[in-house]
Design a binder for this molecule. Structure first.
Ligand SMILES: Cc1ncc(COP(=O)(O)O)c(C=O)c1O
Length: 405
């Protein structure tokens, strides 16, 4: 066991090991108590500077007054009511998103996977309405689209498929950033192409400019829908409000979740008017999706990101962070790559080092980072991270990495 253990924690770990399904394996030996800004505190008040942010969820950091106020005020008034009735925060959040993106209409669910399910259903319904038998979705290898059966089938990683076969039909996974592979995969039954602008869980791989423009062109030429999974990349993370803006093209459908509800479960599928119109009453729904509390939180998050220009801030601090990681790469030969956009960065290590050991060492030094894809350290801090906090992380990494020379 690494890290410090308290009696308190032993009880939590014992209950977890006895009663919780073992889907997470060995967890970090900590239970956080509270947070402030970009810092989390455990029950002994030990501080950890957070470069994980609940896996790109806590964009405003912890205890942000706008989010606390919005959630507290809404909780006092009304936590849940059915979408059988009009919901003020649902309508207003849909308006803010539509007014600030290329999407015209929104549907809210409770998670990223649900948002992607909505996107897949919408694409299929769009062609069904036209009497066309087009249902297949082309997705990329090393992608990650969620844990429901359809989104697992969309996820281009065989290890997630095998234990749960048979996978739902109608998905084809082909190499990422390979336009020719997409072109050859298109068939008369293809409905859509679905990609992440930056693959997150797969190891922080950025879609090339030519690839993304090429996807748009292929969709236009073949009357297909282009779906962007912006669950991790959206809401300022990559230095733009949504990552499609980097490429000068627009998707027909795109999804958001993670940061959207500031930690209150909330996901969204957004689409152009003509595509969104394919959903008719009864086609889709959700008991909790778009509820008053989650949407009040969503309004606070989205409005704060827009008002405080956190996308631009993420672009600037992200560039600074990227340059710092590049300097580390120049010092340490075992760092094979530094990549990413904005505050979604990855530093790949060669096989001489296990990235998980670096994650553990960082943890012991009071920093939270994680490891994604092929031995890639991933940095997805709150969008309010400061240069000073980045400097502290870099200094700590420098000290840890020295031992591996
Ligand atoms: C790009 C992407 N899509 C979908 C998901 C699934 O989101 P959720 O875990 O909220 O269902 C994730 C989660 O990591 C993701 O990164």
């Amino acid at each position: 066991m690494w890290g410090e253990m308290t009696v308190d924690l032993s009880e939590i770990i014992a209950a977890d090991k006895r009663y919780y399904m073992n889907t997470f394996g060995e967890r970090m030996p900590v239970a956080f108590d509270h947070g402030e800004g970009c810092v989390l505190y455990d029950k002994n008040s030990k501080a950890y500077i957070d470069f994980v942010a609940g896996i790109a969820v806590n964009a405003l950091g912890y205890a942000h007054p706008a989010l606390i106020d919005a959630v507290t005020e809404q909780a006092k008034k009304l936590i849940h009511c059915s979408s059988l009735y009009y919901i003020e925060s649902q309508a207003k959040l849909a308006q803010i998103l539509a007014e600030n993106t290329c999407g015209d209409r929104v549907f809210f669910g409770n998670s990223g996977a649900e948002a992607n399910e909505g996107a897949i259903k919408l694409a299929r319904k769009y062609f069904y309405n036209q009497g066309q038998e087009r249902y297949e979705i082309i997705t990329a290898k090393a992608s990650f689209h969620g844990r429901t059966l359809a989104t697992l089938a969309a996820t281009g990683q065989d290890k997630y498929h095998k234990p749960f076969e048979p996978m739902p039909a109608g998905f084809i996974n082909i190499p990422f950033n390979d336009l020719e592979a997409v072109e050859s995969a298109i068939s008369p039954t293809t409905a859509a192409i679905m990609v992440e602008p930056v693959q997150g869980e797969g190891g922080v791989f950025v879609a090339d400019n030519g690839y993304m423009k090429g996807l748009r062109k292929l969709c236009d030429e073949n009357d297909l829908l282009l779906i962007f999974d912006e669950i991790q990349t959206g809401l300022g993370r990559t230095g733009k409000f949504f990552a499609y803006e980097h490429y000068g093209i627009e998707p027909d459908i795109f999804t958001s979740a993670k940061a959207l509800g500031g930690g209150i479960p909330l996901g969204a599928v957004m689409a152009k008017e003509q595509v969104a119109a394919a959903f008719e009453p009864g086609d889709h729904g959700s008991t909790f999706g778009g509820g008053p509390l989650a949407c009040a939180a969503g309004m606070a998050v989205v409005q704060t990101i827009l008002d405080e220009q956190l996308s631009d801030y993420a672009a600037q601090t992200g560039q600074y962070f990227f340059d710092c990681l590049k300097q580390l790469q120049a010092e340490y030969g075992f760092i094979t790559d530094v990549r990413g956009k904005g505050l979604m960065l990855g530093m790949e290590l060669d096989q001489s080092i296990n990235g998980k050991d670096i994650v553990k060492a960082a943890f012991c030094n009071g920093f939270l980072i994680n490891c994604a894809g092929h031995n890639t350290l991933r940095f997805i801090p709150p969008l309010i991270i400061t240069k000073n906090e980045i400097d502290m992380l870099i200094e700590m990494l420098d000290n840890i990495l020295k031992a591996y020379l």
